[in-house]
Design a binder for this molecule. Structure first.
Ligand code: PMT
Length: 399
């Protein structure tokens, strides 16, 4: 959402990783941004301009003197830009920009922008580590530009080390973070997500349908808004949100240990996880065998720890505690009871059972209910949008 209708300049310089800029451009366009690509002459030797013109639906700016109106256009573009990215950025372009030199369309435009700028260096690892390149990167960073560290790995020149352009999805994620307001800066947030699994024997377990999508969306949103985020996660098939410390757990008991041991270090606790309420009393150490095809198996279960309730008992006045409630009936009544019983500041109540809300869906419909009885209905929307609204309310209540 943050990139919707934003004007983005995508600078491409002459490196083998220039092909990755194609996918980055696609992601920016998909997010609703208006993109103008600016290429250096060497960049054009790696990927042709037609690809960028077609995907960006815009002419590529590359020659200050021969492009129609370009001598004015680069200043116009610079003025209009909401963000500028150079990916890949060569040592040559980095050096020019750090020293205020402008001898082509890219450097001239970039010296005229006032928007946030992200520089993504990509080159041979010895070049990257060269003291002059590092000095130039330091200058740009001190001057307020964002430098995205390159990945390490085998490089095009067959050496191994730092210098690879990060994957386009990662650069895209960091562009979103760069443009997001940092209203959670200084806040430490502990989030739980996903299901817990409770062993019956070494191969079977009791669990639920939580995919982790809602909790991961909250973690991603908080991180982008500047918080230091720790995510305690049950088993899910999701990539870790960028910049978040993820701790994997399986059972409720393991989740309890990880959450409770971190309580003293955090300002906000958000418990999105769908914790199994019961666990088998006596999990077997070897696989339970079936018998003659007609046998019955009775599982004796015992209530798990209520982690949220324990946190509610321990939380200090300055900590903000949020629970989630998955309900099939009496949504409001049950959610309000949970606020009192578990000493919460806020609960996000969602009706589960529909295809487009609750477990596994990409969207959710929740009602936020606060300790003072006030509430806010969030209509059906994407889980990352729900996450942002949830955080808006937390910030407002904490002020
Ligand atoms: O993961 P997704 O597929 O995206 O689905 C999202 C979700 C439906 C799991 C999420 O939106 C949600 O509703 N999470 C809470 C699910 C739940 O366990 O609800 P509950 O009403 O059983 O529990 C209420 C609260 O107590 C929750 O914050 C839960 O984390 C906590 N709890 C519950 C039981 C327990 N033993 N310990 C707990 O801490």
């Amino acid at each position: 959402m943050i990139l919707q209708n934003k004007y983005v300049l995508l600078g491409i310089t002459g490196g083998i990783a220039a092909y990755k800029a194609v996918e980055l451009l696609r992601l920016l366009k998909k997010a609703g941004a208006y993109v103008t690509v600016i290429m250096t002459e060497s960049a054009k030797k790696f990927v042709g301009i037609t690809t960028f013109e077609v995907l960006s639906e815009n002419p590529v700016l590359s020659d200050l003197y021969f492009d129609t109106d370009a001598s004015v256009k680069h200043i116009e573009l610079a003025k209009k830009a909401d963000a500028a990215i150079i990916a890949p950025a060569t040592a040559n372009t980095i050096g020019k920009l750090a020293n205020g030199l402008a001898d082509n369309a890219l450097t001239t435009t970039l010296l005229a922008v006032t928007c946030p700028v992200m520089v993504c260096p990509s080159m041979n690892s010895d070049m990257y580590q060269n003291i002059r390149v590092q000095r130039n990167l330091d200058i740009l960073e001190k001057d307020g530009w964002h430098i995205l560290d390159p990945d390490s790995g085998v490089l095009a020149c067959k050496t191994t080390g730092a210098g690879r352009l990060p994957e386009p999805w990662f650069i895209f994620d960091r562009i979103e973070a760069m443009l997001t307001r940092k209203d959670m800066k200084g806040k430490r947030v502990l989030i739980s997500a996903g299901p817990t699994v409770e062993a019956i024997d070494p191969v079977r377990y009791v669990s639920n349908h939580s995919s982790g999508k809602m909790g991961y969306a909250v973690a991603r949103a908080a991180e982008k808004r500047g918080a230091v985020v720790t995510l305690v996660s049950g088993p899910v098939h999701l990539d870790s949100p960028v910049g978040v410390t993820r701790i994997n757990v399986e059972s409720c008991d393991e989740m309890a240990v990880q959450m409770l041991s971190r309580l003293g270090e955090v300002d906000i606790i958000i418990k999105v996880a769908a914790v199994a309420d019961y666990k088998p009393i006596d999990p077997k150490s070897s696989k339970i065998k079936k018998k003659d095809g007609h046998s019955e198996l009775t599982l004796n279960m015992v209530e798990n720890l209520d982690i949220l309730k324990l946190i509610g008992e321990k939380k200090t006045k300055n900590q903000f505690l949020v629970g989630f409630a998955a309900e099939t009936d009496d949504l409001e009544k049950n959610a309000v009871l949970k606020i009192k019983k578990k000493n919460l500041d806020m609960i996000a109540a969602n009706i589960v059972g529909a295809d487009d809300s609750g477990f596994k869906a990409d969207t959710n419909k929740v009602k936020l209910i606060f300790r003072d009885g006030s509430f806010s209905d969030i209509p059906l929307m994407k889980k990352n949008e729900v996450a942002d609204i949830l955080i808006d309310h937390i910030i407002e209540k904490m002020l």
